[in-house]
Design a protein around this ligand. Structure first.
Ligand code: ADP
Length: 407
C-alpha cells in the first residue's frame, strides 16, 4: 500500500509518502511557518529531486493542499492521481486512557481526541486539524491515528499512579502516560529481529535521546514503565527540559523569583536541561564541542545527562528482574559515541560491556562478543511504524467488508 503519513504540529506539517510492501519512502518533506509570514514547503523525492515552494499558507488545510499539489506535480511529483494514495496515517500525540493501539479514525475517535485536548493542549489540536483537513480534501479516504502514548498504556498501576490522592487520578486523569511510544516500540522490535530472538521473551531497555528524551522498560513486548509521565517534562534531562526534580522546588522558585504559573512552565520546559545547566546550547553537538574547550558547565550538563540515563538503566533492570538488551536511538542515541560510552561505563556488573571500536564505528550491535546484555544503536523510524499500522488496519477493514459482503 502507499500511505501518506502526516505529523501536524502547531505551525508545521511533516509528511512522508511510504510504500509499505517495499518499506521505502517515495517522497517526504515539511511545511513550515503555517499561518506566519515566510511559509514554505520543502519536498524531496526518492531520487533526491528537491524543491522549495514559498506561499501564503494560512492553515493546515492549505498546507495539506500544498503537499498534495507537489505530490501530483508533473516535474516533482510521485503520483498521477489522489487515488494513488491508499490511506493516510496520522501521528497523534495523546490517546489518553482510551487507545492502547492504533485505530481507524471515526467521528467517535475525533471526539475522544477533543476530550483529550486538556492533556496535550499544544499537540492534539493541530493533530485534529490535520485529520479534519484530510476529511475535506480526500473524502472517503481511510485515516488511521497512531498515538505516542498507546505503547505505554498497559503499564501496571504501580508504574502509572503518582503518590498523590487517588481521587485526583479519577477526577483529572492525572497519571503517567509516557510518550515516544512509537519509537520505543519500533526499536525494541528491531532489537529482537537483529538479535534473532523472540520479542516476547526479551527484557529490553530503550533510550530515545533526541531533543526530547525518554526511556522505557520493555518486558516481553510490553512497556511496563517509562520515564516521561503526565507530560513530556518528567524523567531524563533533555535539551531544554529539566526532567525529574523535587516538586517543592517549583513552588520555592515561583516564590523567590516571583514567577507566574506560565513563567514557571516556560522555565522548566524551555530554559532548563542542557541549555539551562551549560548556558551554552541545547544541542548535544555544541555541548560536546564546548567540553573540548574545557567549558565547565557544559561538562556538568553532559555528566548529568548521562548519569540520569545510567540510573534508569539500573532501575529498569530491577523493575524487570533482568536485562537482555539495551538500545540507543534518537539524534543523540544514534550519533553520539561519547554519550553511549559514558552511560555504559561501570555497568559491567549488570552484564553491560560496550565495545569501544564498535561504538565508534557504524555497527548495530556495539557490545563486546559475549556481553550478557546486547547493546544496540538503532535508527528510529516512527513514520514507517505509522505507515505499517495504517496499512494493516486498512487491509483488515477491507477484509471484513469483503467477508460481510460475501455472507
Ligand atoms: P527531535 O527530538 O527533535 O526529533 P533528534 O532526534 O533529531 O531531535 O535529535 C536532536 C539531538 O541530536 C540534538 O541534541 C543534536 O545535537 C543531537 N545530535 C545529532 N547528531 C549528533 C552527533 N553527531 N553527535 C551528537 N549529537 C548529535
Amino acid at each position: 500500500m502507499r500511505i501518506l503519513v502526516l505529523n501536524c504540529g502547531s505551525s508545521s506539517i511533516k509528511y512522508q509518502f511510504i510504500n509499505t510492501e517495499e518499506k521505502v519512502t517515495l517522497a517526504k518533506g515539511v511545511v513550515d511557518r503555517i499561518g506566519m509570514s515566510g511559509a514554505v514547503l520543502s519536498h524531496t523525492r526518492y531520487d533526491g529531486d528537491t524543491i522549495k515552494i514559498a506561499g501564503e499558507i494560512l492553515d493546515h488545510q492549505m498546507g495539506i493542499e500544498y503537499v498534495l499539489g507537489v505530490m501530483l506535480s508533473k516535474n516533482h511529483g510521485v503520483i498521477d492521481d489522489k487515488d494513488d494514495i491508499d490511506a493516510v496515517g496520522h501521528r497523534v500525540v495523546h490517546g489518553g486512557e482510551t487507545f492502547s493501539g492504533s485505530v481507524l479514525i471515526t467521528n467517535e475517535v475525533i471526539s475522544v481526541l477533543q476530550d483529550n485536548i486538556e492533556l496535550a493542549p499544544l499537540h492534539n489540536p493541530p493533530n485534529i486539524k490535520g485529520i479534519q483537513a484530510v476529511t475535506r480534501l480526500l473524502p472517503g479516504k481511510p485515516q488511521v491515528g497512531v498515538f505516542d502514548t498507546s505503547f505505554h498504556l498497559k503499564m501496571p498501576p504501580k508504574a502509572f499512579l503518582y503518590g498523590i490522592p487517588y481521587e485526583l487520578y479519577k477526577k483529572h486523569k492525572i497519571r503517567r502516560y509516557g510518550f515516544h511510544g512509537t519509537s520505543h516500540r519500533f526499536v525494541s522490535q528491531r532489537a529482537a529481529e537483529i538479535l534473532g530472538k523472540k520479542y516476547d521473551e526479551l527484557k529490553i531497555v530503550t533510550a530515545h535521546l533526541g531533543n526530547g528524551c525518554s526511556m522505557a522498560a520493555v518486558d516481553k513486548g510490553h512497556s511496563i514503565d517509562t520515564t516521561m509521565g503526565f507530560t513530556p517534562l518528567e524523567g531524563l534531562l533533555m535539551g531544554t527540559r529539566s526532567g525529574d526534580l523535587d516538586p517543592s522546588l517549583i513552588l520555592y522558585i515561583m516564590g523567590k523569583e516571583g514567577l507566574s504559573l506560565n513563567e514557571a512552565g516556560t522555565l522548566l520546559n524551555k530554559h532548563s536541561g542542557l541549555i539551562g545547566i551549560s548556558g551554552e546550547s541545547s544541542d548535544m553537538r555544541e555541548i560536546l564541542a564546548a567540553i573540548k574547550e574545557d567549558h565547565k558547565r557544559s561538562k556538568y550538563a553532559f555528566e548529568i545527562f548521562c548519569y540520569r540515563i545510567k540510573k534508569y538503566v539500573g532501575a529498569y533492570a530491577a523493575a524487570m528482574g533482568g536485562l537482555d538488551a539495551f538500545v540507543f536511538t534518537g539524534g543523540i542515541g544514534e550519533n553520539s559515541s561519547e554519550v553511549r560510552e559514558e552511560v555504559c561505563r561501570n555497568l559491567e556488573f549488570l552484564g553491560i560491556q560496550i565495545d569501544d571500536s564498535k561504538n565508534k564505528n557504524s555497527e548495530e550491535v556495539i557490545s563486546v562478543q559475549g556481553s550478557k546484555v546486547a547493546i544496540l544503536k538503532i535508527p528510529t523510524n516512527e513514520e514507517l511504524v505509522i505507515a505499517l499500522d495504517t496499512s494493516e488496519i486498512v487491509i483488515s477493514l477491507k477484509e471484513s467488508v469483503n467477508l460481510t459482503a460475501s455472507l
